[in-house]
Design a protein. Sequence first.
Length: 270
Amino acid sequence: MTGLRGAHAVITGGSSGIGLATAAALAARGASVSLVARDASRLRKASVSLKSRGASVLTAVADVSSQAEVEVAFESLVAAAGPCDVLVTCAGQARPGEFLELDDEVFRRMVEVDYFGTLHAVRAVAPSMVRRRCGSIVAISSAAAVLGIYGYTAYAPAKFAVRGLMEALRDELNPAGVHVACVYPPDVDTPQLTEENRWKPPETAAISGTIRPMAADAVATAIVRAVERERYAVYPDRSVALLAALGPLAAPFLRRMVDRRVRHARRARA
């Protein structure tokens, strides 16, 4: 078990959604939290909200796709609050759309934010954790990294890359006493999902069906539990856990289901 009281936790994408919920959950365990995001106004509001609940909070503005900005942000936070004991990389974007209709810039941006945004933050804290032989690194991947889905040809590859990074990183850092975890949430009720839904093709929405998005607080609870118990794979939703467990065995059935829903959505659109 890893104790969180007195730990310094840095959360990228900490101004809203899963990031803010995770910051609140970590603060409730006694950690001081540092939030990194690119929107200064949202950061201020998040900080005020957490401080009103008694949390110790620092903030830094940075676009996680910029390694230079991430390095400057983390250096300032470490100088103020000490080495990072827990990193949770929640910053990310999801831009669905059909492959033939998406601009090249969308594919680049997904990789820059979702993959390199994770990588830059990990690179900023891993050397110190290895030297101290302690720490926890948690990356948010996606259910779309367990099974690629119609409409996510830009987003899913970036999240698959996060999955690959964390699987390899876990094996490298575990002998040094550093805990590594990868989280695979389904749709989560956040401002990001609201924006994402603006761009979803009808076929993508049909695949999701009537499944209700998870609450960000539920995902945050799973993340904190994984840190405390030093677990690697984190599936906040049972259906994603089942999908990951069954793997190739379930794939043919799931593909048939997806094909059927895509056909129905196209008939409805026609």
